[in-house]
Write a protein that binds this ligand. Sequence first.
Ligand code: KG4
Ligand code: ZN
Length: 395
Amino acid sequence: MKILAIETSCDETGIAVVEAAGDERAANFAVLGNALLSQIDIHKEYGGVFPALAKREHAKNLVPILEAALEEAELLREDTQALSEETRAAIGSILAREPGLTEAFFEFVSECEPPAIDTIAVTAGPGLEPALWVGINFARALARAWNKPIIAVNHMEGHIMAALAQGEDSRRIAIDDVEFPVLALLISGGHTELVLMKEWLVYERIGQTRDDAVGEAFDKVARMLDLPYPGGPEISRLAESLRSSSLGGETAKYTLPRPMIDSDTCDFSFAGLKTAVLYLLKNNPGMSEDQKKHVAHEFENAVADVLWKKTSRALLETGARTLVIGGGVSANTHIRRTFTEAVAKECPHVRLRIPSAALTTDNAIMIALAGFYRACRDDFTESAALAASGTRSLA
Ligand code: KG4
Ligand code: ZN
């Protein structure tokens, strides 16, 4: 089965063509084409993702990205396609709210053969509404033009599948030997949650943040330290440089709180940690680069401590056999290391699965992976129903 997948939930425009084989027990995926365009440089000026701008950029880039992905997959055949008046009118109304996209869309589909794909998977929440809708409407328009079924994919389910995927090579991946229950720690710019997957596609939320998401805390603390957006990688860079320097073993200069670490729940809270950094900076104006490194280091330690403590509590409570970490923050070196070491030491019976670097932050391959599991259950979505709800919950 060839899946064309589209991701536009935040600031990455991603389209991938993935050929999937096998079934839920043992699936193999060949990434035939993958095009990804990051808008980070554009949003940097604003210190965060600006939704209207994200929507405009997705609208501008979707057609060229699609062309690139299909070309790489060798599925692009030039040919003149005459769309019927009825199809044109239907697509016109699907794209009515995407003015930046319509002209390029019609030009593209009238100049190439419908590609040999079986289905179109698209991220349908959670994410930034205006950004999500461009992708959803683009998928609906393609589905109409090419007469293909649509699969609505939950973005977080994409992150889970990306973490379960194994492969030496980012083009050939497999998902097999998954032992249930699977506990997923999902950490991104908008989410921090612990979700139990009892069997394929059956979820139960075990805990979540009561205020800020981890990625949001990273980004806000980075801004306080005058670091550019996105802040996660910047904080990590500072903290890691301290760890690897000769001062790495030195005792912490500052101490930050570990909110809710001993509370009797798997919920998280990061607002207090962020505020503690704010006060620390207020009380120590004009910090040197070295002092900032210590702040980043202690902040990262605090986050990793809380994430692991809550996750180990959830592992114990649920008896999970597999642990996955997914979402953009799972790219963090210190968090990856903390989890790898802690699982080996404290829960050796649990298999830890962490996404490869290429699949960690937002991309369309993960949407194709999740789309495959939905397709295995014939879980396709009617275009009109997708237009009406626009979201797909984790359930
Ligand atoms: O999953 P993702 O790409 O987009 C959302 O769905 O939100 O996650 C983006 C978040 C941002 O907050 C970014 O700062 C954070 O992931 N992030 C990191 C790292 N790389 C990305 N946080 C900590 N350390 C990193 N290395
Ligand atoms: Zn994400």
